[in-house]
Design a protein around this ligand. Sequence first.
Ligand code: NOJ
Length: 548
Amino acid sequence: MTDLGGKIVYQIYPKSFRDSDGDGQGDLPGVIEKLDYLQGLGVDYLWLTPVFPSPQNDNGYDVADYCAIDPGFGTMEDMERLIAESGKRGLKVMLDMVFNHTSTDHEWFRKALAGEKEYQDYYIFRDGTPDQLPANWQSKFGGPAWEYVPALGKWYLHLYDVTQADLNWENPRVREELKNVIRFWKEKGVKGFRFDVVNLISKPEVFTDDMEGDGRRFYTDGPHIHEYLKELVGDTGIGEFMTVGEMSSTHIEDCIRYSNPEERELSMCFNFHHLKVDYKNGDKWSLMEPDRMELKRLFEEWQTGMQEAHGWNALFWCNHDQPRIVSRLGDEGQHWKQSAKMLGACIHLMQGTPYIYQGEELGMTNPHFQDIGQYKDVESLNYYGILLEQGKTKEEALKILAARSRDNSRTPMQWSGEAGCGFTDGTPWIETAGNYREINVQAQMADGDSVYHFYRRLIELRKEKSVISRGSIDFLMQENPDVLAYRRKYQDEELVVLNNLTGKEITVPTEVVWCGYEKILGNYEDSCVKNGTVSLRPFEVLVLEKRR
Ligand code: NOJ
C-alpha cells in the first residue's frame, strides 16, 4: 500500500464505545452515531475489534462464526450501514481477523468433537492419556496450553483460553476457509484487516517440552509463517489493503519480512517490546518502574532497524490489552494534560503509521478498580487466582491488577460528564473511570487547549508535512535517560522532536541546541529555547522545524 505514513488508524472497542439501545453494551449503531466525531478528528481508518458471533469468553476474540455479526453488537445490515456511512465521510473500515484460533463453539470445533476426522484436522489434536500432556507449554492466560477431551482420547492445543482452540494452518483446507472469510468481508467493502497474533499460526511439526520458557520460542514467528502470509494475502488480493499483523514476542528480522513491500506480506507490524519496559524480569505480573533507557533503546532499534531494511512500524501506545499510557508513563495528577500530549507527540511524530485507541485522544486514565468484582477480563481473573496461589495477599494482587489488567483500557469511552458518561443510558457492562466528569469529549471539544485538540493537530501535521509522513529518522541524545529526542528529514525539510519523559524540569546540553529552528508545536505556551540551552519543563514536548 502506498502512502502508509500519511494515514492514521483509530481503534474502536465496540463493546465500550457507544451503546445505542441502553443495554449497557456498545454496539454498531452506536459506532455509526459517532462517525462525525471520528471524521472531525481527522483519522482515515477505523479498526473495529471483533464483532462476530462469540460466547465472549475473551470479549469476541473467541469467534464462533467469522461471517456474521453477534446480536449483542447488531446485525449484518448495521455493519453494511457502518461501512457505507464511513465511506461517505472518507473513513475506511478495518476488521479484526482472529485466525490463530476459533471459539470451541465454532461449528468446525463442534464437528471435531463429534468425531468428524476431517474437522479434527482443522485443529491441533494429539492422541494421549489424561496424565501425559503433549508438551509442557503454558497458555498465555495462565495454566497449561493443552486440554484433554476424554471422549476422543485426545488433547487439543489452546495458546489462549481453553475455549479458544488453535487452528491447524498446515491443513490447506483451513487456509482456504480463512481466505474465504477475507473474500467475504472484502466483498462487503471492508478496506483493511488487523490480524490477531498472526505470528503464532505456524506451529512446529514436533511438540517438545520447553525447559527454558512457556513454549513460545517454538511457535513464535514459526517455521512456515512467511509462506502462509504470502499465500493468504496473494490469494485474496489484499496486497493493496491496509493490513497490520499483531506480532506477539516477535523478532525484528521477521517483522522486516512481514512488512517490507517486496515480500508481499503485510503493510505493517505491531510489536510490544516497548510496552514491557515496566515488566520486572519480563513478567507482566511483577511491577517495576519503567526503564526509560530501555524504552529509548527499543524505539531506536525498531525505528532505525525497520527503516534500514524497508520495514514499516505501526506506532502505538494503547490498545484494548494495554493499560492507559498516561497512567503508565505519564502523570495522572498535576501534569496530566502535558504528559498526555507529550506521549501522543512522541509516538505520532515517528516513522510509521500511528494508531489511536479510543479515549487516548482525551488522555483517558486507568480506572483504579479496588475490588476483584469490578474486573471482567478472563486474563485478569485467571491471574488474580494465580497471584494468590503464589502467596500474594489480596491487596498485593489487586495492586498488580490495577496496574496491569486489560480492563484498564476497556472502561467506557467518556463522551460527556453526565451519568453513564454519554456511553449508555443503562448500566455499563464494566464500570466507568471516576474522572469522566472532567475528562470527556464534550469538555475537550470546547477547550482549544485540550488533549483532543492537540491530537487533531498531530493528525493535521502528519497530513501537511512530508517530513513526518515520509521522512527518515535518527535519534539524538541517546545517553540521556530523561529525553527521547529524534530528528526527521525529508529532502530539505527537517524536524527535531524533544520529549521530556520525566516530571522534572531538565536542561538539554548546549551542543544539541538548534539555532535556525522554530517551534511548530509544544504543550506549553511559550518555550525556553535560548542561545545555548533548551529547558524542558515536566513532560514537555518541543517540536522544532528548521527554517528554510
Ligand atoms: C490478542 C488480542 O488483542 C487479545 O485481546 C486476545 O485476547 C488475544 N489476542 C487472543 O485472541
